[in-house]
Design a protein around this ligand. Structure first.
Ligand code: NAP
Ligand code: MG
Length: 408
């Protein structure tokens, strides 16, 4: 192919990335990041899906399903934050009806595990002073309390758990002989889901060369949590022990309370696999203790080798309203930029495209260098030590990254 030498030689791509656009302030930043940091450097090949709330409503959410299936086909996707509709949004956007969370729909189709990793910058010290390297959280995204059945009990009576198999044979156990009013809940998980969670964690640990920690409360919940421990152990022994030894990494199981106590004394640099509820709570703790929600990246890894990258934060609604009134907001695009660099690096890795891989690394380096040299958005300015040189709006910040990217 002939290049005009007066222009920057653009990097070419062999296969597309599935690009999923979204809503509000993140949609504004999405276009900005593409225009300033990607299109001048890469002959970007994407298959585009518009998951704005308007378009999800217009297509009766078909576009969300199409996007998820496109990720299955092309293996790599990158997603902007999207509004999960509720009654307020229904009125605001004049929707035909409410739609399920796009992330839940995509997760169900890809059957994945979500990994969340903070972007670490020297000038933003984590609240936990011993943390030197990022702690990555893997959250099991199926079952437990998120798919529970619960009852309010009005007065004394017996509560039982009953399982009836295909032939009608029953197993039953008394949950409680209630002495008075109260509450009760039942929950479940599936061996298949636990096993694919375990495999996703072992694979991610290998890929990123990170030790893996897993913790439950199996001393109390001997059967339920015990099953998680057992399946992780079995799969590790059969499929991953040798690979871990070769990679020089370890798998470590402990009790959840012991894990929490160790995490705050560790220097970081490991993958922490969490059951659904633990992951929900601990990922917010890690995000806020590491710095800012705007610095948390997220990747959905499915057991069949499919990857979807996104920022962990939402659409930053209040900033969007200010932007619509003509204000230049200081919304932080770092997690969105890292979603793109993650997707480009994965595409490069699958396609053996070393130029694209180098570009993805340069994009991250330029972003981190910009912050470390004192140019940052308002959310980081509050946390930075030394204090920032300049507090920039999103447009100035992206320009500052572009300037550095051109020199790398
Ligand atoms: P949010 O968009 O994450 O924002 C919460 C607050 O965090 C913001 O008001 C802002 O604080 C701060 N923040 C988050 N990202 C930031 C960034 N990039 N730069 C600077 N500050 C940032 O959460 P939300 O307000 O709860 O949700 C808004 C919408 O996003 C909802 O409709 C929800 O459904 C959707 N959502 C989508 C996803 C997803 O698609 N993955 C995830 C979560 C939520 P200040 O106002 O103090 O500056
Ligand atoms: Mg949470």
């Amino acid at each position: 192919m002939e290049y005009n030498t007066a222009e920057i030689k653009k990097i070419t791509m062999d296969n597309p990335i599935v690009e999923i656009d979204g809503d509000e302030m993140t949609r504004v930043l999405w276009a900005l990041v593409k225009e300033q940091l990607l299109l001048p450097f890469v002959d970007l090949k994407t298959e585009y899906y518009d998951l704005s709330l308007e378009n999800r409503d217009a297509t009766d959410d078909q576009v969300t399903h199409d996007a998820a299936h496109a990720i299955l086909k092309h293996k790599v996707g990158v997603k902007c934050a999207t509004i999960t509709s509720n009654n307020a949004r229904k009125a605001e956007y004049n929707l035909k009806h409410l739609h399920p969370s796009p992330n839940a729909t995509i997760r169900a189709i890809l059957d994945g595990t979500v990994f969340r990793k903070p972007v670490i910058v020297q000038s933003i010290q984590p609240t936990v002073s011993t943390w030197k390297k990022p702690i990555v959280i893997a959250r099991h995204a199926y079952g437990d309390v998120y798919k529970n059945a619960e009852l309010s009990i009005p007065g004394p009576g017996k509560v039982e758990l009953v399982y009836t198999d295909k032939d009608g044979t029953e197993q039953r156990i008394v949950v409680a002989d209630m002495k008075g009013p109260g509450v009760v809940q039942g929950m479940h998980n599936l061996d298949d889901s636990i096993a694919s969670f375990a495999r996703a964690c072992f694979l991610y640990a290998l890929e990123e060369k990170l030790d893996l920690w897993f913790a439950t409360k199996d001393t109390i919940s001997k059967i339920y949590d015990g099953r998680f421990k057992e399946l992780f152990q079995e799969i590790f022994k059969k499929e991953f022990k040798d690979l871990f030894e070769k990679a020089g990494i370890t798998y470590f199981y402990t009790l959840i309370d012991d894990a929490v106590a160790r995490v705050v004394k560790s220097d970081g640099g490991f993958l922490w696999a969490c059951k659904n509820y633990d992951g929900d709570v601990m990922s917010d703790m890690i995000a806020s203790a590491s710095g800012s929600l705007a610095m948390m990246t997220s990747v959905l890894v499915s057991p069949n080798g499919v990857f979807e990258y996104e920022a962990a934060h939402g659409t930053v609604q209040q900033h969007y309203y200010r932007w619509k009134r003509g204000e230049k907001t200081s919304t932080n695009p770092v997690a969105l930029i890292f979603a793109w660099s993650g997707a480009l690096a994965k595409r490069a890795n699958l396609d053996g495209n070393s130029e694209l891989m180098q570009f993805a690394q340069k994009l991250e380096t330029a972003t981190l260098r910009t912050i470390e040299e004192g140019d940052m958005t308002g959310d980081l300015a509050k946390l930075a030590n030394p204090a920032p040189q300049r507090v920039l709006d999103s447009w100035e910040f992206v320009q500052a990254i572009q300037k550095r990217l051109k020199t790398l």
